[in-house]
Design a protein around this ligand. Structure first.
Ligand SMILES: *Cc1c(COP(=O)(O)O)cnc(C)c1O
Length: 229
């Protein structure tokens, strides 16, 4: 079933790229693997998926070490990262998509040095809706956070990530995707460098995200089926 689901998703990505005049190679599918078993993750790997995202460090600590044999698999942290979990995160993940505060930068530097981790890829998570429950850096504070983070060459900021509110009609999510792209464009001008990655779009709204410039779409249920917990 994962294979058929994946084919359908890739077709949707291609169609969205056609509509937007983009090349499908610009978009990577990240399998959001929270609550999925190592066997389900292996199945996704077997059909060619190489990008995986976990939400919780504790769950990642249980699963990722069991999957060390999956050559070329890349693990992204896509959930809120607590400061006291950074010490594990620097060894588990290839990229942290949820950088949202300076404190995390300081802790990353400290733990990377202690563990001999030479570099870490990062995306800045931007909070574009006012809901209290959402994490992320406010758009007004992104410049300050970047200015701080970019001092440290071992921290490779590749772009931005957002989790928009869940809205039934994906068209209503479009303004959030567009705003993330605009934040990116603005920061490219401010810092005179590129931030190529935009991680945005989930199962029900990824085609719209691709039309708006997503380079990583994070897909759980559309790939693996409904979550049971
Ligand atoms: C669970 C999750 C996803 C995937 O959600 P689906 O709706 O199952 O595709 C994407 N991003 C984040 C941050 C998630 O927690």
């Amino acid at each position: 079933m994962i294979r058929e689901n994946c084919e359908r998703i890739m077709e949707e990505i291609e169609k969205a790229c056609q509509r937007a005049g983009r090349r499908p190679e610009e978009v990577r599918l990240l399998a959001a693997t929270k609550t999925r078993t190592p066997d389900e993750i292996r199945e996704a790997y077997s059909i060619g998926i190489r990008l995986f995202g976990e939400n919780r460090v504790q769950e990642a600590r249980e699963k990722i070490p069991q999957l060390k044999d999956l050559e070329g698999a890349e693990w992204h942290m896509i959930g809120h990262l607590q400061t006291n979990k950074v010490k594990y995160a620097v060894e588990l993940f290839n990229c942290i998509e949820t950088l949202d505060r300076k404190e995390l930068v300081d802790e990353l530097l400290k733990r990377m040095e202690r563990k001999g981790v030479e570099s870490m890829k990062l995306l800045v998570e931007v909070k574009l809706s006012p809901e209290e429950s959402k994490h992320g850096c406010s758009p007004e504070k992104v410049e300050e956070l970047l200015e701080y983070t970019l001092q440290f060459p071992q921290l490779k900021v590749l772009g931005f990530m957002t989790v928009p509110p869940y809205l039934e009609n994906p068209e209503e999510v479009r303004p959030f995707f567009r705003e993330l792209r605009q934040v990116r464009d603005r920061m490219e001008r401010v810092f005179g460098r590129e931030f190529p990655e935009l991680s945005m779009g989930m199962s029900h709204d990824f085609p719209v995200a691709v039309e708006e410039g997503a380079t990583i779409v994070r897909i759980g249920t559309a790939l693996f089926g409904p979550r049971s917990k």
